[in-house]
Design a protein. Structure first.
Lengths: 216, 221
């Protein structure tokens, strides 16, 4: 009953899938954080004028990621762009992450008391100095837990890229299942890998948060 | 640049079928939310127990639900249960997967909400002669639901978005499933999925709007 035909190379194959998952997460978070911070700053600085931007980003939050993947993938073919499925996955996940990140950044900036900013300005700081030395350090501490949650949720959402044909962790485990016909074992291993990756990211984040709090 | 002619007319012909699919999506999401909320309340209570076995069960549920992809959870219910000879339909696997996921996330929300209800409320209720169940049902849970109403409506939107995963385990009568069916028949991927995206957006906005209306109606003093 406990014999299995799972081989070491199957495991290695799944770990390669996990590596693709991590790469996708990192790339998507890089795109998402950069553009999310930009959009968030814009949203906080000009709440009225950037309202259309908020509507656009809201669309990405209210449409299932799976549909976004399919849409972008077909749009890529329609526009005749010659980019890999991996790039499409990164791009879609990145925009998706940016939509959430902009809200996190905006609420972080709004958590900085307006009087503090006025004080900074009255000390003779310029607008950018105020942003750089007063607002961002404070907003980062407020926004960081939300950002960490976003990393975890993006990592879980990378599982959906299998629909456009990228071999990440879940897709590789599925193909192993197809070969050895032991779904429960293989899927449990895949789940364990996801769980460990989430745990690792959460631990790293908590340690970082602790270190910041020491100086507060 | 675009060497492609859009055929919106055939896509619009599929609209009635897709609307039926949207209804299935909404039903599935609502059902999973209902079950998920009940299970989440139960999990929240279990997590407060002294018994390590019950608490451990609830903690495990919540951490698995929150730390693995929802697609994985649906997968393991659909393919994994087959290993025990239990063959579930793809709809049931989808429903169970989303419910599992919802319950885990909501339990975490409820725990936060429960902290916001003062302990004295419970003591006051008990000293008025209510038993524990009455105190929970009449005093604690109504206040809790008021606090977690916003996360609850958010989770409902999530549930709708998660139902789109059913297509990966072969569901073909929800919105994404119907869309995919038309897609494989005609290969007009962009048109059909754009229409589906619009429908999902409308569903999500309707939920947010009706939640706002409900909050306005329910929570005025």
């Amino acid at each position: 009953m406990f014999s299995t035909s799972l081989t070491a190379s199957d495991l290695l194959f799944m770990l390669q899938g996990a590596w693709v998952t991590l790469q996708l997460t990192a790339a998507a978070m890089l795109i998402g954080t950069l553009s999310g911070v930009l959009c968030g700053l814009l949203r906080a600085a000009l709440p009225r004028a950037s309202l259309p931007l908020a509507w656009v980003l809201d669309v990405f939050r209210s449409v299932p990621l799976l549909i976004q993947f399919v849409l972008f993938n077909s749009l890529k073919s329609i526009a005749g762009l010659d980019i890999s499925a991996f790039a499409v996955g990164c791009l879609v996940l990145g925009i998706y992450a940016a939509a959430f990140c902009s809200e996190i950044v905006r609420s972080g900036i709004q958590a900085v008391p307006a009087n503090l900013r006025r004080a900074a300005r009255s000390l003779g700081m310029s607008y950018w100095q105020d942003l750089r030395f007063v607002v961002l350090p404070l907003a980062t501490r407020v926004a960081f837990p939300g950002w960490l949650n976003l990393v975890l949720s993006v990592m879980k959402d990378t599982a959906l890229v299998m629909w456009i044909g990228i071999f990440e962790l879940l897709r590789t485990s599925q193909s192993v299942v197809t070969r050895i016909q032991e779904p429960l074992l293989v899927l449990c291993i895949a789940g364990l890998i996801y769980y460990l990756m989430s745990l690792m990211v959460a631990q790293l984040g908590n340690r970082l948060e602790k270190r910041w709090q020491e100086n507060d | 640049m675009f060497d492609y002619s859009f055929h919106w007319r055939i896509a619009f012909k599929a609209l009635p079928d897709m609307l039926n699919g949207a209804w299935v999506t909404l039903e599935t999401a609502a059902l999973s939310m209902l079950l998920g909320t009940l299970i989440a309340l139960l999990l929240t209570l279990l997590r407060q127990q002294q018994n390590p076995l019950l608490r451990g069960f609830a903690e495990t549920w919540v951490s698995i639900a929150r730390n693995t992809p929802s697609l994985f959870q649906i997968y393991i219910l659909y393919f994994g249960l087959g290993a025990f000879g239990l063959h579930v339909s793809s709809w049931l696997a989808l429903l169970a997967g989303i419910t599992f996921n919802n319950a885990g996330y909501l339990a975490e929300n409820f725990r936060g909400g429960l902290k916001a209800v003062p302990d004295t409320q419970m003591r006051a209720a008990r000293s008025l002669g209510m038993n524990a169940f009455q105190a929970y049902r009449l005093i604690i849970v109504p206040q809790l639901l008021r606090i977690v109403f916003h996360p609850l409506s958010n989770q409902m939107v999530w549930a709708v978005l998660m139902t789109s995963l059913g297509v990966i385990v072969g569901l073909n009568n929800d919105l994404t499933g119907v869309t995919q069916d038309y897609n494989v028949k005609t290969f007009r991927t962009f048109e059909y999925f754009a229409l589906a995206a619009v429908l999902y957006y409308l569903i999500a906005k309707t939920i947010v709007l009706s939640a706002r209306l409900m909050a306005w109606r329910l929570f005025r003093y």
